[in-house]
Design a protein around this ligand. Structure first.
Ligand code: FAD
Ligand code: DHB
Length: 390
């Protein structure tokens, strides 16, 4: 079996890369360890930057996104008994975010790939990479060999691609946090029009949504928390305690239809390339979800990877392939900092002393009263513009 680009992983990174390559006349095969149903049912991120919406729109996979996505021009920071709006329309005119579930993006991409005759093998448990430091790399799975010109490792943090790179060839930068997020999807109309990021002395909470009938909510929980300890009434009580902190505001409760616990980690592997293997998305980097950057970074990576690979086919030149890792890392490190900063600002740290809390309060007051500080938050949240590549 032969293809031009072998793609490991059918998450947002792998599927979007496959589609962007197809639009440039380049053939790919996607290998995914899970079933299509599992991939489509996996509830994760929900905030798309303007640039991500633009990539999906240009790729022709955003019709439903434009119909059903919720365009937001601000977020609320809630603390100290008050809500403070960060107004994108004033601070970063013309830029906004769109709230649209990652699983919907994945569904739209599957549909586009299959409509275009794309090849995706599901439930492939035994992917192995070979000869990645030569110009004839290959992938074996289920007794078959897929020969390719390039391999794209889009298989997330726990995937096989990054682990196939010899020890010592990558430098790892990492930080873990002393808490996790408990996330729920609830069949109840959102109690807010815009997202609320709430800081309390008892921990962080976030109110997001998926549409007029579905709310998405998150709670800071201990890093070793288990779902068994969090029955529905405890989840709602804790959400109310952390969100009902301003006068006359009430959180409407309802049936919880999905729940999960996400560990919090910052991680970067450099460079994002070894020979003919290119890493993209969570396979190369993870951010804590507070800044809503994970999915957006994955889209930015594959936008550049598709460009670099198509430049090679068009000209035979390695120039863009050689620049891929550095170009991605510049944006990634900005998002790393922003995500670490939002996380540090809004969460309660176990080890936090009174001094640490005073620092958080001081910075929250600064961000909600200074136009300059609010603009810093806003321009990072909506996503810094793409730099020219290619
Ligand atoms: P993934 O979406 O992880 O896709 C990788 C794909 O590769 C998966 O389909 C996986 O099944 C497949 N795969 C793995 N191993 C193999 C293998 N050996 N062989 C073949 N296929 C393989 N970001 C936010 O911004 N906000 C959030 O609220 C948020 N919540 C999250 C919750 C969880 C539980 C997780 C894990 C992540 C969350 N993220 C969030 C991050 C965001 O969802 C990711 O950044 C995004 O999914 C990255 O896309 P990706 O395609 O790089 O990786
Ligand atoms: C969502 C997730 C995030 O991590 C975030 O910062 C904002 C919203 C969400 O799932 O809607």
């Amino acid at each position: 079996m032969r293809t031009q680009v072998g793609i490991i992983g059918a998450g947002p990174a792998g599927l979007l890369l496959s589609h962007l390559l197809h639009l440039r006349g380049i053939d790919s095969v996607v290998l995914e360890i899970r079933s299509r149903e599992y991939c489509e049912g996996r509830v994760r991120a929900g905030v798309l930057e303007q640039g991500t919406v633009d990539i999906l729109t240009e790729a022709g996979v955003a019709d439903r996104l434009h119909r059903e996505g919720l365009v937001h021009h601000g977020i609320e920071l809630r603390y100290g008994g008050k809500g403070h709006r960060i107004a994108f329309e004033r601070l970063v005119p013309g830029r906004a975010i769109t709230v649209y579930g990652q699983q919907e993006v994945v569904k739209d991409l599957f549909e586009a790939r299959f409509a275009a005759g794309g090849t995706i093998h599901f439930e492939v448990p035994d992917v192995e990479l070979h000869d990645i430091d030569t110009d004839h790399p290959s992938i074996t799975f289920q007794g078959q060999r897929l020969e390719c010109d390039f391999i794209a490792g889009c298989d997330g943090f726990h995937g096989v691609s990054r682990k196939s790179i010899p020890e010592g060839a990558l430098t790892i930068y990492e930080r873990t946090y002393p808490f996790a997020w408990l996330g729920v999807l609830a069949k109840v109309p959102p109690s807010t029009e815009e997202l609320i990021y709430a800081y309390t002395e008892d921990g962080f909470a976030l109110h997001s949504m998926r549409g007029p009938e579905i709310s998405r909510l998150y709670l800071q929980v201990p890093p070793d928390a288990s779902l068994d300890e969090w029955p529905d009434d405890r989840i709602w009580a804790e959400l109310k305690r952390r969100l009902e902190t301003i006068p006359d505001w009430e959180l409407t409760t309802g049936p919880i239809i999905e729940r999960g616990i996400t560990p919090m980690r910052s991680f970067v592997a450099e460079p994002m390339r070894y020979g003919r293997l290119f890493l993209a998305g969570d396979a190369a980097h993870i951010v804590p979800p507070t800044g809503a950057k994970g999915l957006n970074l994955a889209a930015a990576d594959v936008r550049m990877l598709a460009e670099a690979i198509s430049h090679w086919y068009a000209t035979g030149s390695d120039e863009l392939l050689d620049r891929y890792s550095d170009a991605c890392l510049k944006r990634i490190w900005r998002a790393q900092h922003f995500s670490w900063w939002m996380t540090t600002l809004l969460h309660t740290f176990d080890t936090d002393d009174a001094y640490g809390r005073r620092l958080q309060r001081s910075y929250l007051d600064y961000v909600t009263s200074s136009e300059a500080a609010a603009t810093t938050l806003a321009e990072n949240y909506v996503g810094v513009p793409f730099e020219r590549f290619g």
